[in-house]
Write a protein that binds this ligand. Structure first.
Ligand code: URA
Length: 414
C-alpha cells in the first residue's frame, strides 16, 4: 500500500494490476475501509490519467454481470441534483413515441433524491425479477427498476464509502462510477446530464466540461454513442422536492400542462434521445415530443406504467407549514444544496445510509427566480418533521434588483 501511495503522490501512473489489486481487494474485503479511504482521497487530490480511468472502468464493469451491448438500447443518467425528476417525465414521453425503454435507477444518497424512493412513495414496485422486468417492456414499453445487486457491485461498495468520506466530487471517480454501470447494462446509446452549480457534485463549468468529455471518451472506447447535456443546478430543478411531492410535479407537467425549467430540460432530453434512437432529425424529434406532452400521450403512458408496477396515483398530502418572506424584493436565488439538506431533515431523504424515509416529507417552492415577493408572502410549503425544521427562508436570497437568470441548459456536447 505504501508503494501505491508514493506512486500516486509523485504522479506515477498505476498499472492495471495495481488498480485491480486495490479495488478488487476492497470488494473482497481484503483491503480495509480505512486503506480504501486513503486511496480515494489521494485520487480526489491528484486525479488519474485517462489510461488509469479506462482501466478502472474495465475493472468496475467486470466486477459483476455484463450484458451484451444492444445498439438499440438507449439509457440516460444524471450526475445528481435537487428536485431532479427527469427520468419520470422523459421515459413515458419516449415510450409513448414507440421507443422501448428500461432504466435501472438508484436510491437517494446525500442531499440528492433518488428515483427509486420517489416511485416507492406511491407504491410502485421496483424490486423486479428478470421475468417481471422483461414483461413490463413487452406489455407497456417501459420499466424502471432498482439496480440489480450484481451490476457493478464494486461501484455500489465504493460509492457508499465515497458518500461518507467526502470523496464524491472527484471527476475520474464520478466518470468511472457512471460509465461502468451504463456499459455493463448493455446500453448502446447514452444521454448524460452533467449538473453544475451549488447543488451539484461539480461546482464550476470547466470541471463539468472535463467530466462530460471524459465520459464521452470512455463511451468511444466501448463504441457507445454518448451525448452530454450540461445543466444548471444552482437552483432546485422545478418547484417540488421530496418523494410523493415530486410525483405531483410530474403529473402537473405530463397532465396539467405546467411549463417551467424542468419541463424544458425534459423536452430537450427526450428530443435528443428520440433523435439518437430513431435516427431522425432533432427538430422532427422535438415536434413529436411536444406533441406527446400536449396531447397527454406521455401522461397516459405514465399512468399505465405506475399501474403496471403496482403504484397508485391517488396522492394526498398532509398538513404543511408555510414559510413566509421576511422582506420584500426579487428572489435572486434559491440555494439548491440548502433546499436538499432541509428536505432530508424534514424526512424526505436519508441522513445516514439506513435511515427510514417519510414519503410525505419535502418542500414545495411557491416562488421562482426573479419573482417579486412582499414581506409576509409565502415562499414555500414544508411537509414532514416541521418541529425539527422550522424555517427554510435562509435558502432564499431576496434582493432589491432582478438577477440575470441562468439558462437551465448550459451546453450540449456530442
Ligand atoms: N452518479 C453515480 O452513479 N455515480 C457518481 O459517482 C455520481 C453520480
Amino acid at each position: 500500500m505504501n508503494d501505491i501511495i508514493k506512486k500516486i503522490k509523485s504522479g506515477v501512473a498505476l498499472s492495471y494490476e495495481e488498480l485491480d489489486n486495490i479495488f478488487s481487494g476492497y470488494l473482497n474485503n481484503k483491503v480495509s475501509d480505512d486503506d480504501m479511504t486513503v486511496i480515494l482521497k489521494l485520487i480526489c487530490k491528484y486525479g488519474l490519467s485517462d489510461k488509469e480511468v479506462f482501466d478502472l472502468v474495465d475493472i468496475f464493469i467486470n466486477s459483476g454481470d455484463v450484458f451484451d451491448v444492444n445498439y438499440d438500447f438507449i439509457d440516460k443518467h444524471s450526475t445528481g441534483g435537487v428536485g431532479d425528476k427527469t427520468t419520470l417525465i422523459v421515459l413515458p414521453i419516449l415510450a409513448s413515441l414507440g421507443v422501448n425503454i428500461s432504466k435501472m435507477s438508484g436510491r437517494a444518497l446525500g442531499y440528492t433524491g433518488g428515483t427509486i424512493d420517489k416511485l416507492n412513495s406511491i407504491g410502485v414496485k421496483t424490486d423486479l425479477s428478470k421475468d417481471e422486468f422483461y414483461k413490463c417492456i413487452d406489455n407497456i414499453g417501459m420499466v424502471i427498476s432498482s439496480q440489480t445487486d450484481n451490476l457493478c457491485p464494486m461501484d455500489k461498495k465504493v460509492y457508499a464509502l465515497r458518500d461518507v468520506t467526502g470523496t464524491t466530487k472527484s471527476i475520474p471517480l464520478i466518470a468511472t462510477s457512471i460509465m461502468s454501470k451504463k456499459i455493463a447494462s448493455g446500453a448502446g446509446k447514452i444521454l448524460l446530464d452533467v449538473k453544475v452549480g451549488k447543488g451539484a457534485l461539480v461546482n464550476n463549468l470547466s470541471d463539468a466540461r472535463k467530466l462530460a468529455n471524459l465520459m464521452i471518451r470512455i463511451g468511444k472506447k466501448y463504441k457507445r454513442e454518448v451525448v452530454c447535456i450540461i445543466s444548471d443546478m444552482n437552483n432546485p430543478l422545478g418547484d417540488n422536492v421530496g418523494n410523493k411531492i415530486e410525483i405531483l410535479e410530474v403529473i402537473d407537467i405530463l397532465k396539467n400542462g405546467k411549463r417551467n425549467d424542468l419541463s424544458h430540460l425534459c423536452t430537450i432530453m427526450a428530443s435528443i434521445m428520440l433523435e439518437m434512437s430513431k435516427g431522425i432529425y432533432y427538430e422532427t424529434a422535438k415536434e413529436m415530443v411536444l406533441d406527446s406532452l400536449n396531447k397527454g400521450l406521455a401522461y397516459d403512458k405514465f399512468c399505465l406504467f405506475v399501474k403496471h408496477q403496482g403504484g397508485n396515483l391517488d396522492i394526498k398530502l398532509p398538513k404543511c407549514k408555510k414559510i413566509v418572506s421576511q422582506k420584500s424584493g426579487y428572489v435572486k436565488s434559491i440555494n439548491s444544496m440548502m433546499i436538499g439538506n432541509y428536505s432530508n431533515l424534514l424526512g424526505a431523504g436519508r441522513v445516514k445510509k439506513d435511515d427510514e424515509i417519510d414519503y410525505n416529507a419535502g418542500i414545495i417552492l411557491k416562488t421562482g427566480i426573479n419573482s417579486y415577493v412582499r414581506k409576509g408572502d409565502v415562499l414555500a410549503e414544508i411537509y414532514g418533521n416541521t418541529e425539527k425544521v422550522t424555517d427554510i427562508s435562509d435558502a432564499f436570497r431576496i434582493s432589491k434588483f432582478k438577477s440575470k437568470k441562468s439558462e437551465i441548459i448550459i451546453e450540449i456536447i456530442r
